[in-house]
Design a protein around this ligand. Structure first.
Ligand code: SAM
Length: 333
C-alpha cells in the first residue's frame, strides 16, 4: 500500500521547499509531543514545519489505516451507498483521499479542520487529485468543540482526531457526528491501549444510541477485551525514499497499528468472528485467536482437517473467520 502517486508528488514538492534536515528534526519533535501530551486545549501541530513533518511521516500511515477500514466497510456492506463524506479533524484530508480510493460514488466531501495551515496544504494536495469530488471539496476552518451540529453526510469519519480532544468534549463531538451520519460513522485511532479505550467507549455510546456495529466486532454485546489487552489491527505500507530518510529507517515498509469501529444507522450483516492476532503457524497446526459472538477464544486447526487447514493457512490478522463451518466440522468428528 502506498499513497496515490499524485498525492505523493505534491507532498514531496512541498517538503522540498523546507529542506530535509528541518523536516527530520520537526518530525522527531512532533513524535515526542504526540508521545507525551494528553488530549488538551493546546494544539499539537502549530508550525509549517510541524505540518509538513506530520504529512511526510504520518499521512502514509493514517491513509493506510483509513483505507483498510473503508475497504472492510465496503466488503461487508456493499449495499450501503457512500455518496457524501464528512471528515472531522481532517488534517490535510487523509481520510478523504482514502475514501475516494475505495468508494467510487462519493460526489460531495466536507472536511472540518481547526488548523488553517493544514487546510491550505490539504487544498493544494486535493487540487492534484484525479477525483472531482476531492478537488471541489468544502474545507471548513472550525473548532469541532464549538460546533453543535454538523452537516448531514452518508459517511462521517473521525480519523486519528477524537483522541486529541478532551474526553467530555470528544463525547459531544461524537454525538453530533453520529447525528450527522446518514448511513454510517467510522472512528479510527492509533492501535494503542489509549486509542482502543476511546474506540471502545465510542462503541458503547453508539450502540446505546441505536447504532449497528458493522466492523470489526462480530456482535453488539459488551466488548470481551479486558485487562491489559486491546483490540487493534495493522496495515503495512511501503515507505518512500523520503519517508525512510526522515525516519532514518532501514526497512522498506512500516506496519501501522490502529483501532477502529464502523457503526451503521441501519441493521447490517456482521462477520461471524474476527481474527484478532497474527495466527501462530507451526508445522502441522495453526492457532488462531478470534473474537467470537460472546467471547475471545483460540482455535487450533490441524493439517488433518484439509478444508479448514487450507483456509487457516491463508487467514490473517483482521480477517473474518466463519465459525459455523468450524462448529459443524467439530460436531462431525
Ligand atoms: C493526528 S491528526 C489526523 C489528521 C487526519 N484526520 C489523518 O487521519 O491523518 C489530528 C487532526 O485533528 C485536528 N483537530 C484536533 N482537535 C480539533 C478540533 N477541536 N477541531 C478541529 N480539528 C481538530 C488537528 O488539527 C489535526 O489536524
Amino acid at each position: 500500500m502506498q499513497l496515490p502517486s499524485h498525492l505523493q508528488k505534491a507532498i514531496e514538492s512541498e517538503v522540498s521547499k523546507y529542506g530535509l534536515g528541518n523536516i527530520t528534526r520537526a518530525a522527531a519533535d512532533l513524535s515526542e509531543k504526540y508521545r507525551l501530551l494528553q488530549p488538551s486545549t493546546e494544539r499539537f501541530i502549530t508550525t509549517e514545519l510541524d505540518r509538513l513533518a506530520y504529512i511526510a511521516v504520518r499521512m502514509p500511515a493514517t491513509f493506510a489505516a483509513a483505507r483498510a477500514v473503508f475497504a472492510e466497510m465496503r466488503r461487508l456492506a456493499t449495499e450501503l451507498p457512500v455518496n457524501s463524506l464528512l471528515d472531522l479533524g481532517a488534517g490535510p484530508g487523509t481520510a478523504a483521499w482514502a475514501a475516494v480510493n475505495v468508494f467510487e460514488d462519493v460526489h460531495r466531501i466536507t472536511l472540518i479542520e481547526q488548523d488553517r495551515g493544514l487546510i491550505s496544504l490539504g487544498k493544494t494536495f486535493a487540487g492534484e487529485s484525479e477525483d472531482e469530488a476531492l478537488r471541489s471539496a468544502d474545507w471548513l476552518s472550525l473548532n469541532l468543540k464549538t460546533v453543535d451540529e454538523f452537516p448531514a453526510h452518508d459517511l462521517v469519519v473521525c480519523s486519528y482526531s477524537l483522541g486529541e480532544i478532551e474526553t467530555e468534549a470528544a463525547r459531544k463531538v461524537l454525538r453530533a457526528a453520529w447525528y450527522a451520519a446518514i448511513r454510517a460513522i467510522a472512528i479510527i485511532e492509533p492501535g494503542t491501549m489509549k486509542g482502543f479505550e476511546l474506540v471502545r467507549n465510542a462503541r458503547d455510546e453508539l450502540i446505546k444510541s441505536g447504532g449497528n456495529v458493522l466492523a470489526p466486532c462480530p456482535h453488539h454485546q459488551t466488548c470481551p477485551m479486558s485487562g491489559d489487552d486491546w483490540c487493534h489491527f495493522a496495515r503495512r505500507f511501503q515507505r518512500t525514499p523520503l519517508h525512510r530518510r526522515i525516519k532514518s529507517a532501514a526497512l522498506g515498509y512500516e506496519d501501522e497499528k490502529f483501532s477502529y469501529i464502523v457503526v451503521a444507522k441501519h441493521p447490517v450483516r456482521q462477520v461471524q468472528a474476527r481474527v484478532i492476532r497474527h495466527p501462530l503457524r507451526r508445522p502441522g497446526y495453526t492457532q488462531i485467536q478470534i473474537c467470537d459472538k460472546d467471547q475471545l477464544r483460540s482455535i487450533t486447526v490441524t493439517r488433518s482437517d484439509r478444508e479448514l487447514w487450507k483456509r487457516a493457512r491463508k487467514i490473517d490478522w483482521g480477517d473474518d473467520w466463519e465459525v459455523k463451518e468450524e462448529r459443524k466440522r467439530n460436531k462431525r468428528k
